[in-house]
Design a binder for this molecule. Structure first.
Ligand code: MOS
Length: 729
């Protein structure tokens, strides 16, 4: 089904199952420990051996020699994979560095060996006995030092490095009120709960990978490319995934080495990264330096807006598109954005939850707070004055598909009690605490991606959904089940959802907050095809048949789904393809964040006291799982504001704080109260579901609201994240 005109009224609009706050249907399996994750597939891959990844001890240079003898002689060792015996490997399209390094080393902790043994402990012990001799070379590890050499990124990373409209420099020079500031954000780690993990097994020349991966279709492609085997010989299975945040968008070393290891020792092999291996062996969100210039009149109306971004990555890598939101969020006839990329020899930078906006909004929304103060305009009112209903770079001929930004600002302010804020900083005391309120916009682009599904009805009238879509803890199982239930007129418990297997139709996968809207639209398309088959079997015109109560109805005639499906069942498969609606309309999700903090008058400890937000993201498919996504993302925004930072050792080129003891993330106790409110909205240009993404929106701007609240509490303006105590004293 091609979606290239706005959606009209359709069965989803009935809202009998879709749009209700159903509990997650995968919840009981998860909390009872019966949902099998990649590393625990004893059921399907018995007798697995254990692999331990050895990472490079240098960041850049060459392996001179590897002495395997002591490790090979250690108890229980079955084999050791290195670049010397792995055979000729291809390279996938998604990774910048090779997943198995050597002799050339591209980054610290790049996998250089897999030690396989009968037990996990034996594999890890033997790994200590490997003797690797390195010839290190000088590397580049400091973004600030390399910024001057940053260049225009190569095309092909999924965006334009630059954009321009009007005459920014001229308009900025003439502006009555100017803001010109630099902001920095650090490298960050995804810190998802389940580490990268894979169990691999070969059956002849056929490989099965049970692996933690957000994108099953990509994983098949990348593995086939890397091993130089046909795609048809690779099966990827990922029914349950313990968080991703972008860390599992790509095939990683655990998967490749498990496959190579299993082939070499002739039995299944499982490999998981230990927590301290994750930050340096895998990808991370790269640090940024951002310059923002805003030129406005005395009423705060923006005439000139510029956002320039510097980030770094390995040669051949991609920039952090932190100016994306600045292209679309606020008015101003004179505009400029740019992204420059420095070459760094740190581990690979790549997507982490809301790549681009998550860190771009940390800068832009503090700059807006600075502009509000400079103009003496309330920060909510400032944003309302600068709203624009069309893509401000393209002009009025490219409107937003839907944009309830102003409504979010008003609703969020009212719910939070924003009118009680003191415009002047440093005025409110509560015992030892200086108390302040801050706010920020929320903005995240709304991407869509093609997505396929297969839907069937069995003889009992039970509905089955199959798609390779993943559920990374987001609620995919539930919303896909709700979609099929709504379309076919059965209750939610009349649907079984099967996900995460490359034997099922290729879906959008989970990424870029496109998964929920795209994959439910794929199930919608398959259901439309199945409804046609069922109606035909009933002898009813497809466009007049009603599907409800497990029946297909026409007037006072009806037939049971199960009877129509017959003994063999009835199946249909289709795929939603998105036409050019997303080109004709700017598509994004919007919101407003509010935060109240306390700052200890002596120690400068910052505590978030409460947060609130109002969000507009099209049809909310399941208010319960959507709320969970947003409160999780807001919490991650607090982490970005106050805690999260991979500290770079700029001498040796690695992230020093590579475990959960030293890479800090917020816990429940750090966030006492979060109020999340969704505005009613249907977006008929986003998909037949009239939904948009919501999984990443909540992180975008949340940290800036914290920063602005700290300013309101203390009068101290911080522009370098994270906003730690040392910067406030
Ligand atoms: Mo997201 S960073 O595309 O998983």
């Amino acid at each position: 089904m091609k979606f290239d005109t706005p959606a009209t009224n359709n069965p989803i609009d009935r809202g009998r199952v879709v749009g209700l706050p159903h509990d997650r249907i995968d919840g009981p399996a998860k909390v009872s420990g019966t949902a099998p994750y990649a590393y625990e597939r004893h059921d399907v891959a018995p007798n697995a051996a254990y692999g331990w990844i050895v990472g490079s001890a240098i960041a850049k240079g060459q392996i001179r020699s590897i002495d395997l003898r002591a490790a090979e002689a250690a108890p229980g060792v079955l084999g050791i994979i290195t670049h010397q015996n792995a055979g000729q490997l291809g390279k996938g399209n998604m990774n910048t560095a090779h997943l198995l390094g050597g002799p050339q080393i591209e980054h610290y902790d790049q996998a250089v060996a897999l030690v396989i043994a009968d037990t996990f402990e034996n594999a890890r012990d033997a790994a200590e006995l490997l003797r690797i001799d390195y010839a290190p070379e000088r590397g580049r590890y400091d973004l600030a030092a390399e910024r001057g050499k940053a260049g225009v990124p190569q095309p092909g990373f999924g965006g334009d490095p630059d954009s321009k409209a009007g005459d920014f420099e001229g308009a900025f020079a003439k502006a009555a009120v100017k803001i010109d500031q630099h902001y920095t954000t650090p490298d960050q780690s995804h810190a998802m709960m389940e580490p990268h993990a894979t169990t691999a097994a070969w059956n002849g020349d056929k490989l099965t990978l049970w692996t933690a991966n957000q994108m099953v279709g990509w994983a098949v492609d990348e593995m086939a490319r890397t091993l130089k085997i046909p795609k048809a010989n690779v099966r990827v299975v990922a029914p349950y995934i313990g968080g991703g945040f972008g860390a599992k968008l790509f095939l990683r070393a655990d998967a490749l080495l498990a496959a190579l290891g299993a082939r070499s020792v002739g039995r299944p092999v499982k490999v998981a990264l230990a927590r301290p291996q994750i930050p340096n062996n895998t990808t991370h969100r790269p640090a940024t330096i951002q310059r923002i210039r805003l030129g406005a009149n005395r009423d705060g109306v923006i005439d000139a807006i510029a956002h320039e971004v510097w980030s770094g990555d390995l040669p051949g890598g991609s920039p952090e598109l932190a100016a994306q939101q600045t292209r679309q969020l606020y008015r101003g006839a004179n505009r400029l954005t740019s992204h420059r990329l420095a070459k760094l020899d740190l581990p690979e930078g790549n997507a982490m939850r809301a790549p681009g906006e998550a860190v771009g909004m940390l800068a832009l929304e503090v700059a807006m707070d600075e502009l509000a103060e400079a103009c003496g305009v309330d920060p909510v009112e400032l944003r309302i004055r600068n709203d624009v209903q069309y893509d401000p770079e393209a002009g009025p001929q490219r409107p937003f598909s839907s944009r309830k930004f102003v409504e979010c600002l008003r609703e969020g302010a009212q719910r939070f009690g924003w009118e009680r804020r003191s415009a002047k900083p440093g005025q409110i005391r509560d015992g030892r605490w200086l108390v302040g309120m801050g706010m920020a916009a929320a903005f995240r682009g709304n991407l869509v991606a093609p997505s396929g599904a297969r839907v069937g009805v069995d003889a009992r009238g039970h509905v089955i959904v199959e798609t390779d879509m993943t559920d990374i803890g987001t609620g995919s199982y539930t919303i896909l089940g709700q979609t099929a239930a709504e379309m076919l007129g059965v209750p939610l418990d009349g649907v079984t959802v099967r996900l995460g297997d490359s034997r099922y139709p290729v879906s959008s996968g989970s990424g870029g907050q496109f998964g929920a809207n795209s994959s439910t639209a794929g199930v919608y398309a398959a259901c439309v095809a199945l409804r046609a088959k069922l109606a035909e079997a009933a002898g009813f015109p497809a466009d007049q048949a009603l599907f409800e109560d497990g029946l297909v109805r026409l007037g006072n005639k009806s037939q049971k789904l199960g009877a129509l499906a017959g003994r063999d069942g009835l199946w249909a498969e289709d795929r939603i393809e998105f036409g050019d609606l997303a080109k004709r309309y700017a598509q994004a999700t919007f919101g407003a964040h509010f935060c109240e903090v306390g700052v200890d008058i002596d120690t400068a400890e910052v505590r978030v006291r409460r947060m609130g937000g109002a969000f507009a993201a099209g049809r909310i498919l399941n208010p319960k799982s959507a709320r969970s996504q947003v409160i999780g993302a807001m919490t991650m925004g607090v982490g970005a504001a106050l805690m999260e930072e991979l500290t770079v050792d700029t001498r040796f080129g690695f992230f020093v704080n590579h475990d959960m003891a030293e890479y800090l993330v917020p816990v429940h106790a750090d966030i006492p109260e979060q109020d999340v409110f969704f505005l009613d909205e249907l977006d008929d240009k986003s998909s037949p579901m009239k939904a948009k993404g919501v999984g990443e929106l909540g992180i975008c701007g949340a940290g800036a609201a914290v920063a602005n609240a700290i300013y309101n509490a203390t009068g101290i303006r911080l522009r370098d994240y994270p906003l730690t105590i040392d910067k406030l004293l």
